[in-house]
Design a protein around this ligand. Structure first.
Ligand code: NAP
Length: 293
């Protein structure tokens, strides 16, 4: 039986990765970190490796939390990539949100080297990353998931295996696409309320107690109204997730007309330079005078 995991390499310390790495260290694991922009890694006060390979060589398991599959592949298989530092029996866990097809390909490539792989994307933004209360949905072998569970539980409250490799990402994409659609509809409602002259505080109380209630209404209505767009989850990342979901659906011959409409709204917001703002910025597209076709 594989040894329990004690030493972790954590690669990618952005909005989500930094607090997640902190929680893994706080749970007692020996964590070595690496980030493309080294200064962010040094802020954490944990041992910093010079390369992904160096971090992985000092670990039993490697976590990647970057952007999309090109970045995950670069960190794993690029020059001085983590795969170079992984001995047989190493476990790689990608927690970024990427396409399920890409996750399966990465799993296969690592498997050829004797390295186990889980796709384990997360839901919950920075506050839940900080609090260690993320939802984590993993795809991969049951034995690999069981081995990873103590590490994942240092970051998440609900930690579950949803199926084989790729299934974690598919669950994540469907969830985020629902969130994206919901936030766009919320923005629409708030624009209508403002135009009508409705008391938006009263409206938010009604929504919270009514059939329009949602996590998006709880989290994003106030930032949308206040145009508080400091990113907790970047709009360009939400757009990436909706696009991956649409691509997977189309490959299966499934139409997602509502998600397609939402994709156009987020794409227009990105074209207007709002990609690095929070996805609550979708309201800017609906509130402008240029209608989206
Ligand atoms: P972020 O703040 O933009 O951080 C991105 C990280 O990726 C940074 O560490 C960045 O390094 C690194 N990176 C970018 N390009 C790279 C490259 N070519 N090579 C190596 N590293 C690279 O993003 P985030 O919000 O933490 O999101 C990370 C992942 O989690 C994404 O897949 C996102 O969709 C997903 N996610 C985010 C949230 C959320 O609420 N924020 C929630 C659930 C899931 P630098 O510091 O050098 O730029």
């Amino acid at each position: 039986m594989a040894e329990p995991i004690r030493r972790i390499a954590f690669l990618g310390l952005g909005i989500m990765g930094a607090p997640m790495a902190r929680n893994v260290a706080a749970a007692g694991f020996e964590v070595t970190v690496w980030n493309r922009t080294r200064a962010k890694a040094e802020e954490l006060g944990l041992p910093v490796a010079d390369s992904p390979a160096g971090a992985a060589a000092a670990a039993d398991a490697t976590i990647t939390m970057v952007v999309d599959s090109p970045q995950v592949e670069e960190v794993l298989f690029g020059e001085n990539g983590a795969a170079e530092g992984m001995a047989g029996g190493h476990l790689a866990i990608d927690m970024s949100t990427i396409a399920p097809t890409a996750a399966r390909a990465i799993g296969e490539r690592l498997g050829e080297r004797g390295v186990a792989f889980l796709d384990a994307p997360v839901t919950g933004s920075r506050p839940r990353a900080e609090g260690g209360t993320l939802t984590i949905m993993a795809g991969g072998e049951q034995g690999d998931f069981d081995r990873a569970r103590p590490v994942l539980e240092a970051m998440g409250e609900l930690v579950l295996r949803v199926g084989p490799q790729g299934h974690g990402q598919m669950a994540k994409l469907i969830n985020n696409t629902l969130g994206a659609v919901n936030a766009a509809a919320l923005a629409e409602g708030l624009v209508l309320a403002g135009t009508y002259g409705l008391d938006t505080d009263a409206l938010l109380q009604v929504i919270a107690a009514g059939s329009g209630a949602s996590m998006m209404a709880d989290l994003k209505a106030r930032p949308m109204l206040d145009r508080d767009l400091d990113p907790l989850f970047k709009l360009e990342h939400m757009l990436k997730d909706v696009r991956h979901c649409l691509a997977e659906a189309h490959a299966l011959g499934v139409e997602l007309p509502v998600a397609e409409r939402a994709e156009r709204l987020y794409a227009e917001a990105a074209e207007r330079g709002l990609g690095e703002r929070d996805f609550a910025a979708v309201i800017e597209v609906l509130d402008g005078d240029a209608p989206v076709s």
